[in-house]
Structure formats: C-alpha cells, structure tokens
Design a protein around this ligand. Structure first.
Ligand SMILES: NC(=O)c1ccc[n+]([C@@H]2O[C@H](COP(=O)([O-])OP(=O)(O)OC[C@H]3O[C@@H](n4cnc5c(N)ncnc54)[C@H](OP(=O)(O)O)[C@@H]3O)[C@@H](O)[C@H]2O)c1
Length: 301
C-alpha cells in the first residue's frame, strides 16, 4: 500500500510516518519547505505550494489514500491576519489536493483529514459524541466547520472521507505538553481559569495508531480521537506536577490574565470539551494509553 501524507513533517505526521513504515506502508509526503524533502527507503518527499495550487503529480503515483494533517499552528498569537492563515492553510491544502485529483489520473479511494474537538461548544457537563449538532461559536469552531466541509468535497470525487476530531495531543517532543510543563518545572505551575474545564487528551502513539487504524480498516465519517478518560485542567496540572515532585501552591491563573497575555488564543486553555471515544472503540481501536497517569509515566517517567 502507498499513502500520501500532507503535513507529515509535524508532530503527528512524524509519529504517523514511523507507524506506517513499521506496518510496511510506503509513504509519499508533501511539504511546503524544500529543505524538508528527503528520500529514504519507503518514504519520499515532494514540494507543494497549496496556496498556488502547485503539487507534483508524481506524488500521487500508486497512492491509494491521502492523509491531510497540514495547517498553520494554532499556538501562534491570533492576530486578525494570522487567523486568516489558520483557516486558509487548512482550506487551501484540501483544495490543492482535490484539484490534483481532478486533474490527474489516480487510484485514491480514501481521504482522511485532521480535524479538531474545538468544533464542540465549551461545556462543563455535556459529553460530546460525533453526532453532536451544536457547534462552538468561537473562532476555532468556525475553522473546523470549514475545514471539515473542505474534506467533504472529496466525496464528490467518489472518495471515502474520514475526519479525525483530535484532542490535545501529548508528546514530549512538541505540542501542548512541553508548554504546560515549563512553569511546572520551575515550581510555578497553576491551574488555568477555574481549572474545572475538561481537557480531552490523546497520547501521541494513540493518535498515530488511530490514523493507521482508520486507514487500514477504511473507516469513513467523523471520529473523535481522544483517550477514553478526559481530565479537568486542575487534575492535568496536578498530575504533571507529580511527575516532577512539585507542589501546586499558586492560586489558579485567572481568565482575565490569560486573555491579557494570550489574547483570544486563551480559548485553547480555557474552553471545556468532554469528548467521548466510544465510536473508535466500537470500530475496534484499542488504546495504548487509557489513563493520563500511565500516559505521563510513559512520556515523562
Ligand atoms: N497536536 C494537537 O494537539 C492537535 C489537536 C487537534 C488538531 N490537530 C491538527 O492536526 C494536524 C496535525 O497536527 P500537528 O500537531 O502535527 O501539527 P504541526 O506539528 O503544526 O504540523 C503541521 C504541518 O502542517 C504544515 N504546515 C504548516 N503551516 C502550513 C501552511 N501555512 N500551509 C500548508 N501547510 C502548512 C507543516 O508541514 P511542512 O512544513 O512540511 O509543509 C507542518 O509540519 C493539524 O492540522 C492540527 O491543527 C492537532
């Protein structure tokens, strides 16, 4: 089997490429950075410029599925200019791939797109399944709606579409975890806002495993990609501190202060999404890390 991955050089992409290689799946990948193009056994990179619709048709040769992970990082300050980049980078990448499939002979049967649980409205009590119809009114909610619509367009090409609503990915290399750990390691950790907000997390090896499972079983539709045991921000903070034998002695960091230093991006830390992963379990996926304690022990222990 040969797979094309866009955004393969990022946090999830690197773990996924490694999983694919282990499973004997050949990988082509698209990168916007020429210096990231490499050719290793079973893994070949191609340059693309999604904004201009530039994509080397050779990248599609022999490919039966596409996984699109590409998109500008949500952890840079959300100026109005950058908000456009956040949205456009996701729409343009899907469009460029769609256009390439329309314009070239190909054997692609399955399109799998990254998506986010931030589509769900912030709630301390609601448990979100994939069939939820309420949509967050915040910026990221609107981004996810348009991102998923861009993925759905592949159905018009007769291709199966899967959308992976991803929770907070925990990895020691990058993403949320090193950022959460910084103050804690200095003994300055504190819960954020009320600390009651739900954080639906997923271990890096599970998010890579989930993409592989969806691919290998050709599962289509929306899937929440979160561990079966979300925690509150307060519990997450305490468990992280425990890993470094630190106490949480500071009061919670108030919402207004987070908004002052992070601007609208503070939503990422303050919103509450309690998300269910039964659909994945029913689809036969077996999590490596079900509890946060075990996940942190693996990543940091
Ligand atoms: N990590 C999480 O906690 C999390 C949670 C929910 C959803 N997601 C979503 O899952 C996807 C993968 O996440 P990740 O953590 O692996 O992200 P990441 O580390 O930021 O990697 C994303 C990749 O997208 C490409 N990219 C960046 N800016 C781009 C732009 N303007 N246009 C086109 N491509 C661009 C880059 O690849 P090149 O430099 O090679 O082009 C980059 O390696 C993202 O769409 C993210 O929003 C992640």
């Amino acid at each position: 089997m040969k797979l094309l991955i866009a955004g393969a050089t990022g946090l999830i992409g690197k773990a996924l490429v490694a999983e694919c290689r282990e499973a004997g799946i050949e990988v082509h990948y698209l990168t916007t950075q020429k210096e990231k193009i490499e050719e290793k056994e079973g893994c070949r990179g191609f340059f693309w410029n999604p904004k201009k619709g530039i994509l080397d048709a050779e990248a599609l040769e022999g490919v039966s599925a596409i996984i699109n992970l590409a998109g500008a990082s949500i952890t840079k300050r959300w100026t109005s200019r950058y908000k456009k980049v956040l949205l456009q980078s996701r729409i343009e990448t899907a469009r460029a791939l769609h256009q390439a499939l329309q314009q070239n002979r190909h054997q692609v049967l399955h399109y799998i797109s990254a998506s986010g649980i931030s589509i769900y409205p912030s709630s301390l009590v609601q448990l979100y399944h994939e069939n939820e119809t309420a949509i967050s009114e915040h910026f990221l909610g609107a981004v996810v709606v348009q991102w998923e619509a861009a993925a759905d367009a592949f159905e018009g090409l007769g291709i199966k579409v899967t959308k992976v609503r991803t929770g907070i990915v925990l990895s020691k290399d990058d993403g949320a975890l090193p950022k959460m750990l910084k103050p804690i390691k200095m003994g300055l950790g504190a819960a954020l806002g009320t600390g009651e907000q739900w954080q639906s997390w997923i271990h890096i090896s599970d998010i890579a495993g989930i993409y592989l499972h969806l691919l290998q079983h050709q599962l289509e539709g929306v899937f929440n990609a979160v561990s079966p045991n979300p925690v509150t921000n307060k519990k997450m903070t305490l468990l992280l501190a425990q890993q470094y034998q630190k106490n949480i002695w500071l009061p919670n960091i108030p919402k207004w202060f987070l908004r002052l230093i992070l601007g609208e991006m503070a939503d990422i830390a303050l919103e509450s999404q309690l998300v269910a992963s039964e659909k994945l379990l029913d689809a036969g996926y077996r999590f490596h890390f079900v509890n946060l304690e075990n996940a942190l022990e693996d990543l940091l222990g």
